[in-house]
Write a protein that binds this ligand. Structure first.
Ligand SMILES: *Cc1c(COP(=O)(O)O)cnc(C)c1O
Length: 395
């Protein structure tokens, strides 16, 4: 494969909405991605939190290939076993009563917003439809989820925006109370750790007060677990570390292990409003994608898997905190943000790490690490070694 040709072709024909790194990846196995010239990279991006089992896990690849050769798509007019089995696994492991399957995080959040509005309409009639979201949040790129996203930088040029969204600062209980007291709110949506917002975990005390404020008004709590979910933070979902059960949970990224899938998990009371015809998605619950997701769920829930996530997270966080020019290590579990001392720029560290064979991400001004959840002690040591060298050379 000719890397230059691929990059030129892509530059010419793919719409330039992404700034790509100068790398054509050709194959991957476990923690390692290989480029078109045969160079290997230790991957601490997992395709932005997607490849939770790393590249091309053998069981996952076999299940996907088998299903692709057996029955690849049926539409939602028929039942299929992989879809039903995945729904049961998610409900039993996470405490939902029902799930709806779509194809992406944004689509999952669209479903969450629709389900919340329907719940409110059925009980309180029209007009109680406002969704409160947090400043600095990220909920997707479709019109409604873009509107829900509490960051002005994403809003430029794309108005007019949807009605029925208001924003409050994170970790400010009084601001939330004031928003709820308007009386027209049906739901609050929040990420337990704001990922695109710079890997910022919400305060536990704030979340528990926010949940109480919502419960006392029958306002639904939607937790966007698109990035935090599927074991990323050390529990299957991050809300489990905040000790409450949301009414609605959206998930996507890690769920398919590398294939597109999104899902909304809801309580029985929320599901009751969403009858036939209320919502849909042509590819939702696709059997090939669900076959892969079933393997992801089985591995995530197997003994020792999440223990490894927590042990590696502790090792990685302690190691990072001891590196030069690291001002703060944020986030939860293997969702890691690194605030660097001025004048270091995260983008420069990312580029230098890539040259030494380590792939990283950024989130706002921070360096961000979202490694596959299968990483070993040696993988963490190697990443720390590379980052240590990069940071020492930048000093
Ligand atoms: C990535 C992300 C989304 C959007 O997911 P897509 O699959 O890109 O639509 C929504 N919410 C959060 C918290 C995310 O990290």
């Amino acid at each position: 494969m000719n890397a230059q040709k691929v990059m030129q072709q892509d530059e010419q024909y793919v719409m330039h909405t992404y700034k790509r790194g100068p790398l054509v990846l050709e194959s991957g196995k476990g923690m390692v991605a290989t480029d078109a010239d045969g160079a290997e990279y230790l991957d601490f991006t997992s395709g932005i939190g997607v490849n939770c089992l790393g590249y091309c896990d053998a069981d996952w690849a076999a299940a996907v290939a088998r299903q692709a050769a057996t029955l690849q798509h049926t539409s939602n007019l028929f039942y299929t076993q992989p879809c039903a089995a995945l729904a049961e696994k998610l409900c039993k492991a996470a405490g939902f009563d029902k799930v709806f399957f779509g194809n992406s995080g944004a689509e999952a959040n669209e479903g969450a917003i629709k389900a919340a509005r329907k719940y409110s309409f059925d009980r309180y009639g029209a007009g109680r439809n406002v969704v409160v979201s947090l400043v600095n949040s990220f909920h997707g790129r479709t019109m409604a989820t873009l509107t829900a996203t509490g960051q002005d930088v994403f809003h430029n040029y794309f108005g007019p925006f949807n009605e029925g969204f208001v924003y409050v600062p994170a970790n400010d209980e009084n601001a939330l109370k004031a928003a709820l007291d308007a009386g027209n709110v049906c739901a609050v949506i929040m990420e337990m750790v704001q990922g695109e917002g710079g890997v910022m975990a919400l305060d536990k005390d704030y979340v528990s007060k926010a949940v109480q404020l919502c419960r006392s008004r029958d306002v639904l709590v939607i937790v966007d677990e698109v990035q935090t979910g599927m074991g990323r933070t050390g529990t299957l979902f991050a809300y489990q570390q905040y000790d409450f059960m949301p009414d609605i949970v959206s998930m996507a990224k890690g769920l398919g292990g590398g294939l597109p899938i999104g899902a909304v998990g809801v309580s029985a009371a929320v599901a009751a409003g969403m009858g036939p015809g209320s919502h849909g998605s042509t590819f939702g619950g696709n059997p090939v994608v669900c076959a892969g997701a079933n393997v992801v769920m089985d591995k995530l829930l197997a003994p020792g898997f999440l223990q490894n996530v927590n042990q590696r997270a502790a090792q990685l966080r302690a190691g990072l905190a001891a590196l030069p020019h690291v001002a703060e290590v944020s986030g939860l579990g293997l969702m890691v943000g690194i605030r660097l001392e001025a004048p270091l720029q995260a983008a420069d560290v990312l580029a230098a790490a890539r040259q030494k064979g380590l792939l990283c991400l950024t989130a706002k001004t921070r360096l961000r690490l979202l490694p596959p959840l299968i990483l070993s002690e040696q993988d963490v040591d190697k990443a720390l070694d590379i980052l240590g060298k990069v940071l020492a050379e930048m000093g």
